[in-house]
Ligand binder design. Structure first.
Ligand code: CP
Length: 309
């Protein structure tokens, strides 16, 4: 059976192109399963998975839980805000206590970049990074590329622009790694203060003008302005941000061509994207969420198959 080159999913940076294709082919099979009337397979009946979330989440948490249940795994849900972390328990103690209950896999979201990498070196379980600070969000990038492949037939050769708060975005970094591995062309667009200086070293071009970027691209991935990660002001006002880097129907219609609109969610409606664009026929935002379940099933299934090897 084909296997991933890694035992944990800590970031797209650690995957190769074959890994991504294997995840997509496996997700294709699970997508067929979850569209059947009986949406469950017995593949992971002997596996226990803990979802430990130290940060808020809607899409990632629910779709990991659903993916695990569709695979018939036993599921533990841990929310830091209701746990003994509040009494000062460390990350390693917390996870080792969970693992002593015979847990095989940990899905973790944490505010600190590298938290999953740290954990993988200290505990005996397969770790999946569900977002670590401004570092990586690998399953989001996988479901984003999978959604582009579904909509446009392939990712190779496609032109993708990532718009907005690149500096604080784990979604942007993981998407850049994933898109470049698959042979897409990538540009970023946003306020100068929210574009990291090293970005061009990742093989990405900077396009300061949103309209020019939209005329160039096949796909625009609009990022959320992450106010919670900003310790200072990166642009004068939200209104000015929206005027320069927000997408609205008038702008979209003026391009004279169809482009695919993506957003990882949660959306700040009226800031980076207006409702009429988010809900338009060019938007695949809810398809991204739907594909998240099949992609997470594939990642969990492939990592689980390596647990006792
Ligand atoms: N896209 C994403 O990670 O959303 P959540 O924060 O709701 O999981």
């Amino acid at each position: 059976m084909p296997a991933l080159s890694v035992r944990h999913l800590l970031g797209i940076k650690y995957l190769n192109e074959k890994d991504i294709q294997l995840i997509f082919e496996t997700a294709d099979q699970f997508k067929e399963v979850i569209n059947r009337s009986i949406k469950k397979v017995p593949s992971l009946r002997d596996i226990t998975i803990a979802n430990i979330f130290f940060e808020n989440s809607t899409r990632t948490k629910l779709s990991f839980e659903l993916a695990e249940k569709r695979l018939s795994a036993d599921v533990l849900n841990f929310s830091a805000s209701q746990s003994s972390v509040k009494k000062g328990e460390t990350l390693i103690d917390t996870v080792n206590n969970i693992l002593s209950m015979k847990v095989d896999m940990v899905v973790m979201r944490h505010p600190n970049p590298g938290a999953g990498i740290f954990l993988s070196k200290h505990v005996k379980a397969s770790i999946i990074n569900a977002g670590d600070g401004a570092h990586e969000h690998p399953t989001q990038a996988l479901l984003d590329s999978y959604s582009i492949r579904e909509k446009l037939g392939d990712v190779a050769g496609k032109k993708v622009i990532i718009v907005g708060d690149i500096l604080h975005s784990r979604v942007a970094l993981s998407n850049i790694f994933a898109l470049k591995l698959q042979g897409a062309q990538v540009k970023v667009c946003g306020p100068k203060t929210l574009i990291p200086k090293y970005i061009e070293s990742l093989g990405v071009e900077v396009e300061p003008d949103l309209r020019k970027g939209l005329l160039w691209c096949d796909v625009a991935n609009m990022l959320r302005v992450q106010n919670e990660r900003m310790e200072m002001s990166y642009f004068p006002t939200t209104r000015e941000y929206t005027q320069q880097f927000g997408i609205n129907k008038e702008l979209l219609d003026s391009l004279g061509k169809e482009i695919v609109i993506m957003h990882p969610g949660p959306i700040n409606r009226g800031v980076e994207i207006t409702s009429d664009v988010a809900d338009s026929s060019q938007s695949i935002i809810l398809h991204q969420v739907e594909n998240g379940v099949a992609i997470r099933m594939a990642v969990i299934y492939l990592l689980a198959s390596q647990l006792n090897t």
